[in-house]
Design a protein around this ligand. Sequence first.
Ligand code: ZN
Length: 190
Amino acid sequence: MLAFDEIYKAISEREEFTRVFEEIPLMQPSEIMDRKEEICDWIEDLLIYVYVYGAEQALTDLGEDLTALAVGEDGLREALNKTYDDKGYRDRVLEHAEVGDAQGILLVADTDGHRMYNAGGYTEAKGKATSKVWHTMLDNRVRDTHDYLEGMTVGIDEPFYTYNGDEAMYPGQFESAAENCNCRCWVTYE
Ligand SMILES: [Zn+2]
């Protein structure tokens, strides 16, 4: 799997990426409000793309050919429809789009994109890998609860437990939204 900054570098030429991260910041608040449904669709396209991309990266980690790609519609829909505090990604985007807040939309794209990339990787690695290793960006922005997990190896089907009691099968999947927001952690599969 790629580290957070490498994912965006790798997909920076993709339409799914440029529409969100280059076009939205140039839009006036009124335009964002008028085009909110279209913006939700752009975010959805980005989330689907990074999910599949994460799956491909997990296969690469495991030394397998991309023709072995196994992630399907069910896993994708489940990850896409994951809710926090009863809100799905579309609700999170609309909350910001309805007030014309470009930066808020980009934060949702970042946080949910990171989660979907890791969800795709985990779903693909399940049944193929035996263990997974947690990595942080190793800088001073890493929160203590994730620093605790740096370098930790667990079985593929076991959660990573951090010291505050929260747990996640992969980065971005903690119960508490606060543990997922702005997370840049990543895993490798073995
Ligand atoms: Zn993190």
